[in-house]
Design a protein around this ligand. Structure first.
Ligand code: NDP
Length: 332
């Protein structure tokens, strides 16, 4: 294996703002793994909406300069002292952590999982964060059962396509929303029972018609500000509104009395709260990767962008131009 260089390509922010604050650099220092950490040479990096929140300042970065990016896949090239989890130099892994938009990432060994030989780093990087979000949320945020009516907003997005496919496997009746006919077709193919084009159809009357006026027992809403009120109107008696993102902006403060009309539950979960321990992370990730390796899930990749074109990638994601997963190739 070639020696690790001292500098690398990476995308750094020194302040918050629009995509103009994303700085592609070719001389960023490669960090050394400390105790319990590993250094990974990334093949592919996942782009997620959360990266745009840290860039814009909606979520506070721990300090500047900061490297965005929460997941990737590649090869272990160095072990810190006492790096556990049976990882060895040369292992292909998928990881979740920080400082992802880079050729090399140091991450705790506990946050890296060795890949089965049947799975490529490309597919693994595309699957991890959004797949785990969907899997943990339909198990733990609201345990969805067969024949439940479930509403998924932005059903053709990265997380949305995962939700649709996993909910279909459970046997739920899935109503999805999306903004274009191309997205509707994609989510229908993924398994949605009914799709609604929310840029031109009346979602409320359609959902009530489909559910005999009762609404949905679980609503997965990653759109946030623009759909929150609608989602609350459409949650069934004793149902759950799982509000988990801010694609259209953050949901303003809510008066809890609004939940009483239907004895509804409102939850604002994060994936990280469900995979905080090594056991949780390992169990869910191995399960997810086996779904993919066994061909039970189609991991749709929208485009692999060169790392140097990260601005275009984030603009496409924020501009609602994408379906499925966006990846970055750190070698370019
Ligand atoms: P997506 O691929 O789903 O992209 C976002 C989609 O949201 C768009 O394609 C668009 O679909 C829809 N959307 C609706 N209104 C807007 C708007 N005003 N601006 C932009 N997009 C809009 O992204 P991700 O899968 O990465 O993330 C989806 C959501 O899930 C995000 O809110 C993200 O923060 C959240 N999330 C939360 C996690 C957690 O732990 N809580 C973990 C992972 C994701 P359409 O055109 O069909 O409306």
């Amino acid at each position: 294996m070639a020696a690790t260089p001292s500098t690398m390509k990476a995308v750094v922010i020194e302040k918050t703002g629009g995509t103009e604050v994303l700085q592609y650099k070719t001389d960023v220092a490669v960090s050394e793994p400390k105790e319990g950490e590993v250094l990974i040479k990334n093949d592919f990096l996942g782009v997620n909406f959360i990266d745009t929140y840290f860039r814009s300042g909606l979520y506070p970065a721990p300090g500047f300069p900061y490297i965005l990016g929460r997941e990737g896949a590649g090869t272990v090239v160095k072990l810190g002292s006492g790096a556990v989890q049976n990882l060895q130099i040369g292992d292909q892994v998928v990881w979740m952590g920080e400082r992802g938009y880079a050729e090399y990432t140091v991450t705790p060994a506990a946050k890296a999982i060795k890949l089965p030989s049947s799975l490529s780093t490309k597919v693994a990087a595309a699957a991890l964060l959004q797949g785990l979000t969907a899997l943990t949320f339909i198990r733990e945020a609201h345990a969805v059962k067969k024949d439940d009516w479930v509403l998924v907003h932005a059903a053709a997005g990265g997380t949305g396509l995962w939700l649709v496919q996993l909910l279909k496997a459970v046997g739920a009746k899935i109503i999805g929303t999306a903004s274009t006919e191309e997205k509707i077709a994609l989510a229908t193919k993924a398994g949605a029972t009914h799709m609604i084009n929310y840029s031109k159809e009346d979602v409320k009357s359609k959902v009530l018609e489909l559910t005999n006026g009762e609404g949905c027992i679980a609503i997965f809403d990653g759109v946030g500000k623009d759909t929150f009120d609608l989602s609350l109107e459409l949650v069934a008696r004793k149902g759950s509104l799982i509000s988990f993102g801010n694609a259209s902006g953050a949901v303003p403060p809510v008066t809890i009395a609004r939940l009483s009309a239907k004895n509804a539950r409102l939850m604002r979960p994060t994936l990280f709260g469900y995979i905080a321990t090594r056991e949780e992370f390992e169990q869910y990730t191995n399960e997810l990767l086996s779904f993919v390796a066994d061909g039970k899930i189609d991991v749709r990749i929208h485009e692999v962008y060169p790392l140097s074109e990260v601005k275009r990638a984030q603009e496409d994601l924020e501009g609602r131009k994408t379906t499925g997963k966006l990846l970055l190739d750190p070698s370019k």
